[in-house]
Design a protein around this ligand. Structure first.
Ligand SMILES: [Zn+2]
Length: 115
């Protein structure tokens, strides 16, 4: 389950930015996860809860908020971006397209701290 190591990496990044006791004031961590990133939000939530409960109790007041980003491609012929549905990589103009401009994201987009 690679979500566990992803969660540990997230805490690792936060550790370097937020030293104790500031870390205890973090109330939510926002993530952006593209549909192509191979991350299942529900598994990510479960992994988050497991890691917090076992080795990261300082984050027990913190919630993980995951925003799933759809896959988007950009078509150079019609100069339009379109959303990829059902993994069909075609533009709205019906041309095959694998010029991905969104969908691979896996990043922390924001952190909210208690006042
Ligand atoms: Zn097009």
């Amino acid at each position: 389950m690679h979500e566990i190591s992803l969660v540990k990496n997230i805490f690792g990044s936060l550790d370097s930015v937020y030293p104790e006791p500031q870390r205890r004031k973090i109330r939510s961590i926002h993530m952006r996860v593209g549909l192509l990133s191979n991350v299942e939000p529900i598994l990510m939530q479960n992994a988050f809860e497991a890691v917090v409960a076992t080795e990261r109790k300082e984050y027990s007041e913190c919630k993980l908020q995951i925003e799933v980003l759809p896959i988007k491609v950009f078509c150079t012929e019609c100069q339009k971006e379109s959303e990829v549905k059902n993994y069909k990589f075609v533009c709205a103009c019906d041309k095959p397209n694998n010029n991905i401009i969104q969908g691979n994201e896996l990043l922390i987009s924001g952190v909210e701290l208690m006042e």
